[in-house]
Design a protein around this ligand. Structure first.
Ligand SMILES: Nc1ncnc2c1ncn2[C@@H]1O[C@H](COP(=O)(O)OP(=O)(O)OP(=O)(O)O)[C@@H](O)[C@H]1O
Ligand SMILES: [Mg+2]
Length: 330
C-alpha cells in the first residue's frame, strides 16, 4: 500500500456488505446473503493528492466514494478524515466534515432540483451550513468565477432545463465548491456529457484542484480519462484493490493481470470506444458469492492452484506501487 506522508484520508480494512435476498423463498426463510460490495480495503490519500479509482461496473467504486463522504456506514473497518474517525463524528464536528467533503454528481441533469433557480441551487449549501445570508451573493459569485461562468447575471434566474449539459456540470461544480471544501469525490463526472464538452470540464476540474489545493478522488471505469487527472490510480476488482500506484506506471507498465486487461482496453482518445469489452474471459462474478482466494482467478489466464486457496495481499513492486497477485510480477 502506498502510504503518503500527511494523509488526509485513511482507510483500514473497510468492508461494505448489503443484505439482499435472492428470492422470495430466501426472504421467507430469513436468509439474506449479502452483496459484498467492498472487502478489506485499506489505503491512504495524501493531502492535496488526486486519486483515481478505476474498475469495471459493479466493482464497488461508488460504494467506496459514498463511504468516504460518510453517506453510508462501513460494515467493518475504519475511515478517518484529518485524523478523526468518521464513525465517531456527530454534532458540530459532523457539520464541519460535511462542509469540507463534497460530492460531484455523475449526472448534472439529476443533481439539480428542476424547480430551483441556478442561484438558489448554488446558494443552498450555504443556507444548509448556516452561513449568514449577507455573504451568499459574494460566495456564489466566487464559485461561478472558479467554474468560468463569470457572467453570473445570465444564470441567476434561470432553471436547470434552460442550460446545456456542459453549463449544468459547471453549475454542479460551483455548488460543490461554494463552501470551499478540502476534499472532493467526483463519481464519473463527465460520463453523461457530450464528448465535445468533456475535455473542457476535465481541464477545469484539474485547474480548480490545483488552484484550491483540493484533495480529490475521481471515480471512473475509464483509465484513459483519469490518466489525465490523477497522479495515482487504485484499480479495483469485485470489491477489492488489485493494484495501487503512480498512474503513469500503471498505464505504461501494468502488473496485475486485470490491470493489464484494463490498459489493453484503453482506447485511442475516442470516448465512444471506452466501453470496449476487456480481453479477458468471462464476466464479473456474482458479488454475493465471490471466488475463494483471489477474486480474479476464474478470469485470469495465469491462475494456478494457490490462487484458489490464498487471498493475495497487496505487496510492493516499486516506489508507492503495490499489487495483489501471487505471480512474480517484478
Ligand atoms: N444499496 C445497495 N443495495 C444492494 N446492493 C448494492 C447497493 N449499492 C450497491 N450495491 C451492489 O454493490 C456492488 C458494487 O456497486 P457499486 O455501485 O459500488 O459499483 P460501481 O463500481 O460504482 O459500478 P458502476 O461502474 O456501474 O457505477 C454491486 O454488486 C451493486 O449491485
Ligand atoms: Mg458507480
Amino acid at each position: 500500500m502506498a502510504a503518503p506522508v500527511n494523509a488526509l484520508v485513511e482507510l483500514r480494512g473497510v468492508a461494505k456488505h448489503f443484505p439482499v435476498a435472492r428470492s422470495l423463498g430466501e426472504v421467507v426463510r430469513g436468509q439474506h446473503p449479502a452483496v459484498r460490495a467492498l472487502d478489506g480495503v485499506s489505503f491512504d490519500i495524501g493531502a492535496g493528492d488526486a486519486l483515481a479509482i478505476v474498475g469495471e461496473s459493479g466493482c464497488g467504486k461508488t460504494t467506496l466514494g459514498r463511504l468516504l463522504l460518510k453517506l453510508v456506514e462501513p460494515t467493518a473497518g475504519t475511515i478517518a478524515f484529518d485524523g478523526a474517525a468518521l464513525a465517531g463524528l456527530s454534532g458540530e464536528a459532523l457539520k464541519a466534515f460535511r462542509r469540507q467533503a463534497q460530492l460531484v454528481f455523475q449526472n448534472p441533469f439529476d443533481a439539480l432540483n428542476p424547480r430551483f433557480t441556478i442561484y438558489r441551487a448554488v446558494a443552498e449549501p450555504l443556507l444548509n451550513a448556516g452561513i449568514d445570508k449577507s455573504e451568499h451573493a459574494d460566495r456564489v459569485a466566487e464559485a461561478f468565477r472558479r467554474v468560468h461562468l463569470p457572467d453570473l447575471e445570465r444564470y441567476l434566474d434561470r432553471y436547470p432545463h434552460q442550460l446545456s449539459g456542459g453549463q449544468l456540470q459547471r453549475v454542479v461544480l460551483a455548488r460543490a465548491l461554494v463552501l470551499t471544501p478540502r476534499f472532493l469525490v467526483a463519481d464519473e463526472p463527465v460520463s453523461m456529457l457530450d464528448v465535445s464538452v468533456r475535455a473542457g470540464i476535465l481541464s477545469l476540474m484539474r485547474e480548480i484542484r490545483e488552484e484550491m489545493g483540493l484533495t480529490a478522488v475521481y471515480i471512473s471505469h475509464d483509465l484513459a480519462l483519469v490518466r489525465y487527472l490523477c497522479e495515482r490510480t487504485v484499480v479495483m476488482y469485485l470489491g477489492t484493490i488489485v493494484e495501487d500506484g503512480p498512474t503513469l506506471e500503471i498505464v505504461r507498465r501494468p502488473r496485475h493481470p486485470y490491470t493489464r486487461a484494463l490498459v489493453a482496453a484503453v482506447p485511442v482518445p475516442d470516448a465512444d470506444q471506452s466501453r470496449a469489452p476487456l480481453p479477458i474471459i468471462g464476466s464479473v462474478p456474482d458479488a454475493r458469492d465471490p471466488p475463494s482466494g483471489c477474486r480474479f482467478r476464474d478470469r485470469c489466464p495465469h491462475a494456478f492452484a494457490r490462487c484458489a486457496t490464498e487471498t493475495p495481499p497487496l505487496r510492493a513492486v516499486g516506489e508507492g506501487h503495490t499489487v495483489a497477485c501471487h505471480l512474480d510480477l517484478a
